[in-house]
Design a protein around this ligand. Structure first.
Ligand SMILES: [Zn+2]
Length: 211
C-alpha cells in the first residue's frame, strides 16, 4: 500500500506560479494522494526568498483546505512565521504533520497545541544532534506520533552493522521505532502498532479509522 503527497517544497517556492495551481489541485484530488506537501518554510537554506516561500505556502494551504487533505509540513528556522501563517488556515484544515521534527520543546508544544502530529525520523538515532529529541519524544502523545524515513536521507547513525552505502531505506524503520520505544519506555509492538495506525489514518487509507 502506498500513498503519495503532492506539493512544492519551500526550496522551490519561487518556481511555483499561479498557472501551476490547477495541476496541483488536480493531483490533490487523486485518491492516491494522501496529503499536501512537503510545503512550508525553510529559512535555513533560503533557496527561495522568504516572500516567495510564504506565498507558495499560503497557496498550498488553500489547496489543502479545498481538497480536505492534511498538510505535510517542512520547517527549518522558520517556526514562528510558519505558525503565524498556519493559524489562518487551521480551522478549515484537515490537520497536518510537522515532518522530520528536530526542534526544541517550545516548538513541539506549539505544534501539539495546534493539533498537529509529529514526524520523527532517524535523526533521533544521532548521538550528537538527536540527543534533545530523545527527551522530547516522551512528550508526544502516542496518537500524534508518526515515524518517517526521510529516505534516501537521514540514515540512522547507529545501525549495526553499518550499511556500506549511505542511502537510507524504509527497511530501517523498525530500528528507528526501537530507539523511539526505548526513549519513551514503551515496548516495540506498542509503538509500531500505534504509529502504523496513525500513518494509515493520516494518509487516508480505507478503514484505517476503524483499526
Ligand atoms: Zn522536509
Amino acid at each position: 500500500m502506498f500513498r503519495a503527497t503532492a506539493g512544492v517544497h519551500p526550496h522551490h517556492a519561487s518556481e511555483l506560479r499561479t498557472d501551476d495551481l490547477p495541476r496541483l489541485r488536480e493531483l490533490l484530488a487523486a485518491p492516491e494522494v494522501g496529503a499536501a506537501g512537503e510545503c512550508g518554510l525553510d529559512y535555513f537554506r533560503n533557496f527561495s526568498p522568504h516572500a516567495d516561500q510564504e506565498r507558495a505556502f499560503r497557496w498550498q494551504l488553500e489547496l489543502a483546505v479545498e481538497s480536505g487533505k492534511p498538510v505535510f509540513l517542512h520547517q527549518r528556522d522558520g517556526h514562528d512565521a510558519l505558525v503565524a501563517i498556519l493559524k489562518d488556515y487551521l480551522p478549515r484544515l484537515a490537520g497536518g504533520v510537522a515532518h522530520c521534527f528536530t526542534g526544541d520543546g517550545r516548538e513541539l508544544h506549539d505544534y501539539l497545541e495546534l493539533g498537529l502530529s509529529i514526524g520523527i525520523t532517524g535523526w533521533i538515532c544521532d548521538e550528537r544532534r538527536g540527543q534533545h529529541l530523545r527527551e522530547l519524544v516522551r512528550e508526544i502523545p502516542l496518537d500524534r506520533l508518526l515515524v518517517e524515513t526521510d529516505a534516501p536521507y537521514l540514515l540512522p547513525r547507529d545501525l549495526q552493522p553499518r550499511p556500506a552505502h549511505r542511502r537510507n531505506e524504509p527497511k530501517f524503520l523498525p530500528h528507528v521505532v526501537k530507539v523511539i520505544a526505548g526513549c519513551r519506555g514503551e515496548d516495540f509492538p506498542t509503538v509500531a502498532a500505534a504509529t502504523t495506525h496513525n500513518a494509515l489514518k493520516f494518509f487516508g487509507f480505507p478503514d484505517a479509522a476503524a483499526r
